[in-house]
Every structure is written in structure tokens, then in C-alpha cells.
Design a protein around this ligand. Structure first.
Ligand SMILES: [Zn+2]
Length: 343
């Protein structure tokens, strides 16, 4: 079968013919990959920058790809929940199920987890994963939209790190796909949301579907707009979804004293701030968020079924897997949203 492989620790990817993965364990589910979205992290792996080189979970050679939807083709003898023909998506964090974190429900930070797409992945015609990370695709969603659920999970988990009251004010820094999904999720909680960015196509799509007040921070007066929205206090909750020094600075700037900043970004390099002035003197909380748990999947499904999130407009390109170079180039440009490859 055809697969997109990172062979060596140097820039580039190769489209290779490799062996189709088989059902070997009793809990294995084999599926035909329908769509797999390109993640910003995979651009770093493609380019093999400092961030990729520092990620010790990557084992080369590996097929990349983890934001995937598919149709089940074969199941192991112990699989109960799925049969051939079922439409599915996957959680790319494969937890051990035994460690302290797993036993406390925090499977996203399992100490022995495998992160899908770092030793094996889904930019391929077929894939095999254990049943415990397979999730049925809600009837409401197309297989194209299914490939975005991994991202929705990141947004929902980050939002749910803190409780929200109706009428609270939140700011999402960065109107990429996850930022827009987070804004929709916060709006579903009755929170007033502002979302910021500096890229025109992102600001435009945010105006159409984010359910938030869209703030272009290239324009003078953006601080006043947010101050007005927050009655001069600052935001109760800020989600930093851009992973840059300036985005983090802005997050601290717009959060109210006693408020919370959550960061989800894949920072390429270290950032700096003085915790005393930015946080301690104001009792600002800084939280980090990674992945999602099964509890998140339950609520994501409910948000989808209640029509609280709109995913389809976030898919700006669908390309055959052979055109992966163009796909990666598009994602690198930051002017597109989700680019899906179809094997
Ligand atoms: Zn574990």
C-alpha cells in the first residue's frame, strides 16, 4: 500500500510502497483510511526543525498522520464495539491503561502512551489500531469532518480545564482551526468570546463561524475593544492558541487579575516572561493542556449532536495523497485552515 513516510532525520517526506498493516492482536481494528488532515506539528517533522529533533517520541522511519477518519475493514477476535463497514475516527494518544494517570482517568498524560503518527501513522491506505482508541463517527458528520474531531478534542479539553459561567468573557488568541473550535465551544457554554489573529483569511472565516467577536490585532485600538467587552476588567479565561512569544504576551495582557490563561501551543522555541509581574502579583493562573480523554469525546459528540460546532467550513482543501508536497506547503502558509489528504 502507499504511505507517506519520514525516513531519516533530515527535511522531506517520501511516498513509499510498504506492507499493509494486519490484525495481529485480539483487540486490533484494521481500517481503510478515508481522510487524514495535516497537523502543524507535522510541518515541523517534515522540515525536521529544532522542535522535531527534540521530540524523543518520534521513532524513524515512521508513517506520519494522526488526524484520521476511516471505515473498518477487519477486526480481531475480542473486538466488541466495531465491525467491518463502520465509520470511525481515532484518538491518537494510545494509553497503556495501567499506569497511575490512566487509572485516574487522565489517559491523555499516560506515562507510557504511544502517540500515533510518531512510530506508525495514518497517511496510508490502511491502518491498524487497538479498539480502545477507536471512536464511532457520529451520524451527523461526514468522513471529511470526522478527520477534524481530533482537533475539536484539543479545543474542548483546553476549554474544560476551567469551569465557565454564562456571561463570562473569554479571549482566544489565534484563529487557526483549534482556536475557532475553542471559540465555538466557549460560546456553547454561554461565554462571550473574542478571537484575535493577524491573517486575513483566518479573520474572515472566524467572522463567519466562530460565534465570537473578531479582533484584528494589527489595528490600533484592539486593546480598547477587549477592555470594553470585559467591562474594563480583562477576560476571565484566555486560550493561547498561536504558540508565539507575542501571543503569550497578549494572553497575559488581556486576562483579568485572578483569571486563567491556558496554553496549547506547540512552541518551536523557549519564551520568556517575568512570572512576578505577569502572574504572581495578579494571581493569574497559567495552565497547559494536551490532547483529550474519553470524557472529552463524550462531550464533543454532544456538542456535534446539538449543532454547537460547525466543522465543515474549516476544511479548505482536500488533495490526493500524491499531492502531499502541495498540502504541506499550504499548511505552512498559514492562510488556509485544514488540508485533508485522501489516500
Ligand atoms: Zn498509562
Amino acid at each position: 500500500m502507499k504511505a507517506l513516510v519520514k525516513e531519516r532525520p533530515e527535511p522531506g517526506l517520501a511516498l513509499l510502497d510498504i506492507e499493509r498493516p494486519q490484525v495481529r492482536n485480539v483487540d486490533d481494528v484494521q481500517f481503510r483510511v478515508e481522510y487524514c488532515a495535516i497537523c502543524v506539528g507535522e510541518i515541523k517533522v517534515h522540515d525536521w526543525n529544532e522542535w522535531a529533533a527534540a521530540d524523543t517520541t518520534i521513532q524513524l522511519p515512521t508513517v506520519l498522520g494522526h488526524e484520521v477518519s476511516g471505515v473498518v475493514t477487519q477486526v480481531g477476535s475480542d473486538v466488541r464495539g466495531f465491525s467491518p463497514g463502520d465509520r470511525i475516527v481515532v484518538d491518537p494518544f494510545i494509553p497503556c491503561g495501567h499506569c497511575y494517570q490512566c487509572r485516574n482517568g487522565r489517559t491523555n498524560i499516560c506515562v507510557d502512551r504511544e502517540i500515533y503518527g510518531k512510530r506508525r501513522g495514518a497517511f496510508a491506505q490502511y491502518a491498524v489500531l487497538p479498539e480502545r482508541v477507536i471512536c464511532g463517527l457520529p451520524d451527523k458528520l461526514s468522513l471529511e469532518e470526522g478527520a477534524l474531531l481530533e482537533n475539536l478534542g484539543i479545543a474542548v479539553h483546553a476549554v474544560e480545564l476551567e469551569p465557565h459561567d454564562p456571561g463570562d468573557v473569554a479571549v482566544v488568541v489565534g484563529a487557526g482551526p483549534i482556536g475557532i473550535m475553542a471559540a465555538q465551544t466557549l460560546a456553547a457554554y454561554g461565554v462571550h468570546v473574542a478571537i484575535t489573529d493577524v491573517v486575513d483569511p483566518r479573520l474572515q472565516l472566524a467572522r463567519e463561524i466562530s460565534r465570537a467577536t473578531v479582533v484584528d490585532i494589527r489595528q490600533d485600538g484592539w486593546r480598547e475593544r477587549i477592555r470594553e467587552m470585559t467591562h474594563g476588567r480583562g477576560a476571565d479565561f484566555v486560550l493561547e492558541a498561536a504558540a508565539t512569544q507575542s501571543a503569550l504576551d497578549q494572553a497575559f495582557e488581556v486576562v483579568r487579575d485572578g483569571g486563567t490563561v491556558v496554553t496549547i501551543g506547540t512552541f518551536d522555541r523557549p519564551v520568556s516572561f517575568n512570572p512576578f509581574f505577569t502572574m504572581i502579583r495578579r494571581e493569574v493562573k497559567l495552565l497547559s493542556s494536551i490532547g483529550r480523554t474519553w470524557e472529552t469525546w463524550r462531550r464533543m459528540t454532544q456538542l456535534v449532536e446539538a449543532d454547537q460546532v460547525e466543522l465543515k467550513p474549516l476544511i479548505t482543501h482536500i488533495l490526493p495523497m500524491e499531492e502531499f508536497d502541495r498540502g504541506f506547503e499550504l499548511v505552512r502558509s498559514h492562510s488556509v485552515m485544514k488540508v485533508l489528504l485522501r489516500p
